[in-house]
Design a protein around this ligand. Structure first.
Ligand code: GTP
Ligand code: MG
Length: 493
């Protein structure tokens, strides 16, 4: 990522500040965007009620911090950002922010609202010393499309404000099945201010994937099939950069596996397999079963809550197959939860593009300001905005990526697929763009990049080429040149 796009976005914000210096509201907003440009990328976790958002957030952070109960707090937008010491700040809709006491119940943070009602709280801000929050700020949002229109409106209003860029630069959208309301949400997130240029900045998660096959041991395989189908769905392809199945509960509990969990699971693993399977026919049966190797009712309830039937079954099988210590078991459970592919996707699609996505937000803010508060002396600012929008190669790549995914480029399918890869559709690292292994040597990378460049120059030179395709070719050619320039800094073996 060239720093120049970020620098140019910062310059644009400064120009806007100069142009609007006599409008305090605009100045304050622009200063916020200046600070935001320097902050980590903001990734919101959204989805319908009980889709598993807070649980997945905990899995990504690797700690059980976000509350997943049914309390008031799941109805409040909550930010989790990196801080050296833990601190929770409540921002009311009216009045000054205040620090909340740090209270934990069974390891999880408990937000003591101190008399405030959820509807009067604008947001909670949690600073937490977790390495996962270094690169991105995670935002837990209340479930959308809920029975409570009010809660739903709070999430949508925050993510899709309508009159300003979204507070989030990108979104992880959880769904258990694909509903019309999921598609509607993603459409509005894409169409909102931050994404008016058509940037696709959402990743979809098929959540609670362990429940797809009713907790059977092959549940995640069935979930992967469904996710595969969804990712080919033309509606969803336009809106999300990928669809991955994740058993968030298992991921969360694996990453925080306790010695007592392990001991309980070990007891179950030692049981006769048929007896164990009988006992695990349903959650209810497991809870009420008496034939349990000395496992208390409390221990069984805790296992169910933390791992679900699927996780318990899988853990017992794994223990019997040699994962006989807590650490290897935890790693294997986390691996099987589907969390890693999601983290990789986040890394490739969001973090590797963090500067471009943040710069986009800044540009959208200025665009919005010019539209909502037009004034006579802003021609120079509007021209600078247009130059940056049209000229920054990262933006052109993001725009083309969206166009290709929406079928807006008249090009043969194989060429379109190659173009999508070369402009970073699978991730921005050079080997990913070139379709090579991550450890490919510099000489091989350069040779393939050169071959791609030559091929795409030929495609672009075709006199019969459609206009949309010609623009696409130009972007691809520029991406290939960019790769070669990057690679020329590397010593070729
Ligand atoms: N089996 C299973 N249960 C899950 C999974 N993820 C979450 N749950 C359970 O689903 C319930 C809701 O989970 P949350 O993480 O609170 O869901 P949420 O989307 O944050 O819910 P709201 O914020 O209230 O909309 C809890 O009882 C979780 O234990 C999962 O991957 N598998
Ligand atoms: Mg929640």
């Amino acid at each position: 990522m060239t720093p120049s796009t970020t620098a140019r976005a910062a310059e644009l914000l400064q120009e806007a500040l100069d142009a609007y210096r006599d409008e305090p509201g605009a100045v304050e907003a622009l200063q916020r965007y200046q600070r935001r440009l320097a902050e980590p990328l903001r990734v919101a976790i959204a989805g319908m009620v009980k889709a598993g958002k807070s649980t997945l957030l905990n899995a990504i952070v690797g700690e059980e911090i976000a509350p997943t109960d049914t309390g008031e707090c799941t109805r409040i937008v909550t930010w989790y950002r990196h801080g050296h010491t833990p601190r929770i700040t409540l921002y009311p809709k009216a009045g000054d922010p205040r620090i909340l006491p740090l209270k934990r119940t069974a390891g999880r943070l408990a937000f003591v609202l101190d008399g405030a009602r959820a509807e009067d709280v604008d947001r909670l801000d949690v600073e937490w010393p977790s390495p996962a929050l270094h690169a991105m700020t995670l935002i837990d949002t209340p479930g959308i499309a809920s029975l409570s229109q009010d809660v739903s409106a709070r999430s949508s209003g925050f993510l899709i404000p309508g009159d300003a860029p979204s507070e989030a630069d990108a979104v992880i959208y959880l769904m258990r099945h694909m509903h019309a309301s999921d598609v509607r949400f993603l459409e509005s997130f894409r169409d909102d201010g931050a994404a008016r240029s058509g940037t696709v900045n959402a990743i979809a998660v098929l959540s609670r994937a362990d429940e797809v096959g009713a907790g059977r041991i092959d549940s995640l395989i069935s979930a992967a099939d469904i996710a595969g189908r969804y990712s080919q769905d033309p509606n969803l392809r336009k809106l999300a950069l990928g669809v991955v199945p994740v058993a968030g509960l298992l991921a969360q509990s694996a990453r925080t596996l306790r010695q007592s969990d392990f001991e309980s699971l070990e007891l179950l693993a030692r049981m006769d397999r048929a007896a164990r399977e009988r006992m695990m026919l349903s959650a209810d049966r497991f809870r009420r079963s008496s034939d349990t190797q000395g496992l208390t009712e409390e221990a069984r309830a805790s296992l169910l809550e933390r791992y679900g039937l699927f996780g318990i079954r899988l853990a017992a099988v794994l223990i019997n197959n040699g994962f006989a210590d807590p650490t290897p078991l935890a790693h294997e459970l986390a691996r099987r939860s589907g969390l890693n592919p999601l983290l990789e996707l986040l890394d490739r699609q969001f973090l590797a593009r963090a500067e471009a996505l943040k710069a986009r937000t800044a540009v959208a803010a200025v665009e919005n300001l010019l539209r909502s508060r037009p004034r006579p002396d802003t021609e120079a600012l509007a021209a600078a905005l247009e130059r940056l929008q049209a000229g920054a190669h990262e933006f052109r790549e993001l725009r083309l990526l969206a166009d290709l995914r929406t079928g807006g480029v008249d090009m043969r399918a194989e060429l379109a697929a190659e173009a999508e890869r070369l402009i970073g559709g699978r991730g921005t690292a050079v080997p990913l763009r070139l379709g090579l292994a991550p450890d490919a040597g510099a000489a091989e990378l350069a040779a393939i990049a050169r071959a791609c460049l030559a091929r795409w120059r030929v495609v672009a030179a075709n006199p019969l080429i459609d206009r949309s395709a010609l623009e696409a070719c130009r972007v691809v050619v520029r991406s290939c040149e960019g790769m070669l320039a990057d690679l020329s800094g590397v010593k070729v073996a």
